[in-house]
Write a new protein. Structure first.
Length: 367
């Protein structure tokens, strides 16, 4: 089969590799119908994730069709259309029993495209299938559910739920790339009083307004702290999300928060950050972090099926799966291409590749 293979820092290839097979009785083999690229894949390609070794197939988000089922699998059968979670769960260890699947001790956690071969490929082996795949409800398209594999539950669990967003809250989001936009989308489920989106790119701030931000601030030209204080009678935001993963944006997030507020770190950090406890502790600020567990996927699937969430808004570009190399170039150059999320369509979903910017789709009610 063909797959996107990591060959070391700044090296990747669309290579021919061995077809996956059942290894453990809890495995299934899936044909990848639709996949996508994540910012974490770019971190790996830059060499920031040393646990990922050269020769690994990248990717951890996909919708596919079950082709082969291990003897120990009881919840899916060949032919089922399934969403593949970015996090795998053994279902038996202490952390899985606490729904902390990201911390799985039994061989799961974030393994796709990280510790084992991932999902930017024609086929994939999926471990722990009973606990780690979700049947796609009838009537939903791949693009409606694809982003529930990672960015929607990441923003919802690590941002909105950890940050305890409540009706009437002022929510400040620093960084409105795909995960920041997902935080806007899912925060709106809790009817905050105002959502403030902060970024350096005007194109992303335009997307933030489309996703439901009430106020946008370009922190390259404006003072985000000053403006936020002016909007909150000098107090600051009730909840602030860091959705970039950089020292400067983390520091900014902690400056935006009011006494007694909550800072939820969503971003993936690759270098040390200074934590100003001398300023935060005296103001009763709560700080949370976390790797997504994806325990909210069933809840999010229900919201999509009932028209309460419209994840298709993330799609800006479409490529055939065979054009994954070009898709990476487009996604990595988001400042110039305007890419939010690219969709990689398998041969079953497209008879010919377009390789160019696809039509942006906005359907359904959304929130």
């Amino acid at each position: 089969m063909k797959a996107l293979v990591y060959h070391g820092p700044n090296q990747r290839g669309w290579d021919t590799v061995d077809d996956p097979t059942i290894v453990d009785p809890t495995d299934v083999v899936v044909r990848i119908d639709t996949s996508t690229i994540c910012g974490s894949d770019l971190h790996i390609l830059k060499g920031h994730v040393p646990e990922t070794t050269p020769g690994t197939v990248l990717g951890h988000e996909a919708v596919g069709t079950v082709l082969e089922v291990g003897a120990g699998v009881s919840t899916v059968v060949a032919g089922d259309r399934v969403l593949l979670s970015c996090v795998s769960s053994c279902g038996r260890c202490r952390f899985c029993k606490e729904h902390r699947y990201g911390q799985c001790l039994g061989g799961g956690g974030w393994i796709f495209g990280h510790l084992i071969d991932g999902l930017q490929a024609e086929y994939a082996r999926v471990p722990f299938a009973d606990n780690s795949v979700y049947k796609v409800p009838e009537g939903l398209s791949d693009e409606q559910v694809l982003f529930l594999a990672d960015i929607l539950p990441t923003a919802f669990e690590i941002g909105v739920l950890n940050g305890m967003v409540a009706p009437g809250d002022v929510v400040a989001i620093v960084g409105v790339g795909p995960v920041g936009l997902a935080a806007i989308m899912t925060a709106k489920l809790y009817t905050p009083g105002r959502i403030i989106a902060i970024d350096l790119a005007d194109t992303r701030l335009e997307s933030a307004r489309r996703f439901g931000a009430d106020v946008t601030i370009n922190n390259g030209r404006e003072d985000a702290v000053k403006l936020t204080m002016e909007m909150t009678d000098g107090l600051g935001a009730d909840v602030a999300f860091e959705a970039v993963g950089a020292p400067a944006t983390f520091d900014l997030t902690t400056e935006l928060i009011r006494p007694g507020g909550r800072v939820a770190n969503i971003g993936v950090h690759g270098e040390s950050v200074t934590l100003h406890l001398e300023r935060l502790w005296i103001h009763d600020v709560t700080l949370t972090t976390g790797l997504v567990d994806t325990y909210t996927i069933p809840q999010l699937l229900s919201l999509v099926a009932n028209g309460r969430l419209d994840p298709t808004q993330f799609v800006t570009h479409r490529f055939g799966l065979g054009e994954t190399m070009a898709a990476y170039d487009t996604f990595a150059d988001a400042a110039n291409t305007g890419a939010l999320k690219v969709v990689l369509e398998g041969s079953e979903n497209t008879s010919q590749s377009n390789g160019v910017t696809g039509e942006r789709v906005v359907v359904g009610a959304g929130v």
